[in-house]
Design a binder for this molecule. Structure first.
Ligand code: NAP
Length: 259
């Protein structure tokens, strides 16, 4: 049985807590500035509502507050951590906040797992980039991955790659949503009812992504396999190339990385 503490049960904190709750071996401690939000989550997921300091009684402590709130939240935690024999592993989801900054705020010797989740975590299909401070041993890392496996796919990367990776996995859902919407709009223009067009578009994107991941085939090969000579699909591909789809998508990722 592992105890997972959450400080900040907003959008991402609650999505991760919900994933954690799917594993019956996890016990949740939920803390939020507005206590009602934590209470509502407890109603749904079980566990216990506590205050920020109380959430330290955990094996893994998730920090789910906005990055700009960290200097306000951490002094109380740092003081309490200094008096503890065994500190929890701190799991930070704060964007653009390196492990070095978290240690500066909370203590130099602290075991820290930095994660960068994305919104599909809420349906168990997230991509969660993560990196660990040197204080996190293999057993702690493995227990963490096991405890959170219902959130989606965890991908360990060097910390220097987290921000670039987040431009795909963190921003990507919005980019893909635009594509899904446009795909459905095209279907509506061809006479499909909107709901049906959306179902086909979203399901096609989801299935095509699975095909890439599960077959390991390069997307260019999968594309070639569905383009028969002189057929309809290659005509559509030509239209996308003419519209600059690839260049637009690359520019979107680069724009997110270099604002
Ligand atoms: N949303 C995403 O897609 C996403 C993706 C990757 C990473 N992240 C990261 O996830 C973190 C949270 O983002 P979010 O989108 O979930 O924000 P959010 O919905 O605003 O959640 C933040 C939560 O923190 C609580 N909070 C604020 N100050 C607090 C304090 N002093 N003590 C305890 N709780 C406090 C807020 O409580 P109140 O209800 O009282 O305001 C709120 O529930 C950020 O660091 C962000 O960078 C988010």
């Amino acid at each position: 049985m592992l105890t997972l503490g959450f400080i900040g049960t907003g959008n991402m904190g609650s999505a991760l807590a919900a994933a954690a709750a799917k594993n019956g071996e996890n016990r949740l401690l939920l803390a939020n500035r507005g206590r009602a939000k934590a209470e509502a989550l407890r109603e749904k997921l079980g566990g216990e509502v506590t205050d920020n300091r109380g959430a330290l009684r955990s094996d893994y402590l998730f920090l789910g507050v906005k990055p700009q709130m960290l200097p306000e939240v951490t002094p109380e935690l740092r003081e309490a951590l200094e008096g503890m024999d065994r500190s929890p592993v701190v799991v930070s989801m704060a964007a653009v906040t390196p492990i070095s900054r978290l240690k500066e705020l909370l203590g130099e010797k602290l075991p820290v797992i930095r994660i960068m989740p994305n919104t599909p975590v809420s349906v168990g299909e997230g991509i969660i980039l993560y990196c660990c401070s040197e204080e996190v041993d293999t057993a702690s890392e493995e227990r963490f991955l096991e405890a959170m496996s219902a959130a989606g796919r965890f991908v360990r990367v060097e910390e220097r790659l987290v921000d670039a990776g987040a431009c795909i996995s963190g921003c990507g859902p919005a980019f893909v949503d635009l594509f899904i919407e446009a795909l459905a709009d095209g279907g509506v223009a061809c006479g499909l009812p909107r709901a049906l067009a959306l179902e086909l578009a979203a399901g096609t994107v989801s299935g095509s992504a699975k095909l890439v991941l599960e077959t390991g085939k390069h997307p260019a090969q999968l594309k070639d396999e569905v383009c028969s000579p002189g057929g309809t699909t290659i005509r559509g591909v030509r239209a996308l190339e003419k519209g600059g789809l690839r260049s637009a998508v690359m520019e979107a990722v680069i724009a997110a990385y270099h604002p």
